[in-house]
Design a protein around this ligand. Structure first.
Ligand code: 9MR
Length: 373
């Protein structure tokens, strides 16, 4: 391992940005921290069932996001029951390993349990307030950031304004968003309150429609004085679709110009359009990630990169792929570690991107490219 001081001393005489942009290679969490970033991954029970996987989080992550443990449908199997066990276990893991926790997600119109949908609109509204209060109170002071509302927009639902349909929207209309932010802030003022959205990284119709909708919502929330501190841009990259990562970075910088932090909150790379050959595929995934991160991490407002799990074997893409291709030898490889938890080229791409950001920080006059102008 090369020390930071040795690296700087070696590169000072040469004055070569490339020589300075070598990963420190301690861990992704430490490399990211030296570039003014938090790095981490979503976490679920896999990290407890598979101790080597848990150790990988201990080594590499500085922050963990609850994958499913805090989602309404997982927490609330019935109206009376709160299933806090899995989330409590993640908070205890984070406390013991000194990791920050991102709470994902309080309010999402997807995946609503049948019992919630069966309630009257007035009862749904009451459930909304009571749920936020109970959950936020339990973890108050221990949450780095809350995804207060997840994926507010889904124009394909056909609602005016492109809103995602579901019980919360049905009961309160668009007002549910501001209401959620205000209630969380009243209970846990220390958490950074985040609006998390999907698709903004692609230029197919979904990305093109959702980007301006999200920016408009952020403007309205800020005009109303709502307590919003960050925007999460999930970044499940889809290289099979058109994308312009420089334009994405400019979009992210726009939130920075509004005084907000930006989190790359669910990073992974869909490899479905790449060849079967594993070495070729892993290299292609790393190349896409490198292109994306080079642009995104040049934006000062971007303060965090969270992968959606760490190892390919635990990616959400695995289940989707197996259902669509039963018995196939090929499996998705969207993450920085493989099934045996060995490092992949994507891990190097992340380390390299953190090193490039650090090198930009170290340039005189703080030369991070500011897309907001
Ligand atoms: O990774 C999550 C998977 O295990 C769940 O079954 C699914 C539904 O709750 O959600 C996945 O995570 C999603 C996240 O919560 C929101 N953005 C998209 C993620 C991938 O589907």
């Amino acid at each position: 391992m090369i020390s930071r001081r040795a690296l700087l001393a070696a590169s000072a005489g040469l004055g070569l940005a490339r020589a300075r942009a070598q990963p420190l290679d301690a861990s992704l969490g430490a490399d990211a921290q030296s570039a003014g970033l938090l790095f981490g991954a979503s976490i679920g029970r896999e990290a407890f069932d598979d101790p080597a996987y848990g150790d990988l989080y201990r080594r590499e992550a500085a922050v963990v996001t609850t994958d499913v443990a805090l989602k309404f449908d997982w927490l609330r199997p019935s109206p009376e029951r709160f299933e806090f066990g899995p989330a409590d276990a993640i908070f205890e893991f984070a406390r013991a390993a000194r990791k920050k926790v991102r709470g994902h997600t309080l309010i999402w119109n997807d995946n609503a349990p049948a019992w919630l949908k069966a309630l009257s609109l007035r009862e749904i509204e009451r459930t909304f307030d009571a749920h936020i209060e109970r959950v936020v109170e339990r973890y108050a002071g221990r949450v780095h950031s809350w995804d207060v509302v997840n994926e507010p927009f889904w124009p394909m639902d056909g609602k005016p304004g492109g809103w995602r349909d579901g019980p919360w929207f049905a009961a309160m209309g668009p007002a549910y968003v501001e209401r959620a932010f205000r209630r969380v802030a009243a209970i846990d003022p220390a958490a950074k309150l985040t609006l998390n959205e999907a698709q903004c990284d692609n230029d197919r119709d979904w990305g093109r429609q959702i980007r301006p909708l999200l920016a408009g919502l952020v403007d309205r929330l800020q005009q109303a004085g709502a307590p919003l501190q960050a925007v999460g841009l999930q970044s499940h990259l889809q290289p099979q679709w058109p994308a312009d990562y420089a334009a994405f970075a400019a979009y992210a910088a726009g939130f920075g110009a509004r005084g907000l932090e930006v989190y790359i909150s669910e990073f992974d790379v869909n490899d479905q359009s790449f060849p079967d050959d594993v070495a070729v595929r892993d290299a292609a995934v790393a190349a896409v990630a490198g292109r994306f991160l080079r642009e995104a991490l040049a934006v000062p407002a971007v303060k965090m990169v969270v992968c959606w799990q760490l190892g390919d074997g635990y990616s959400w893409y695995r289940g989707i792929w197996r259902r669509a291709h039963p018995g196939a030898a090929r499996n998705p490889r969207p993450l920085p570690f493989d099934d045996a938890l060995r490092e992949k080229p994507l891990r190097s791409a992340l380390g390299q991107a953190f090193a490039m950001r650090r090198a930009s920080f170290e340039k005189p006059g703080f030369a991070l490219k500011n897309h907001a102008g």
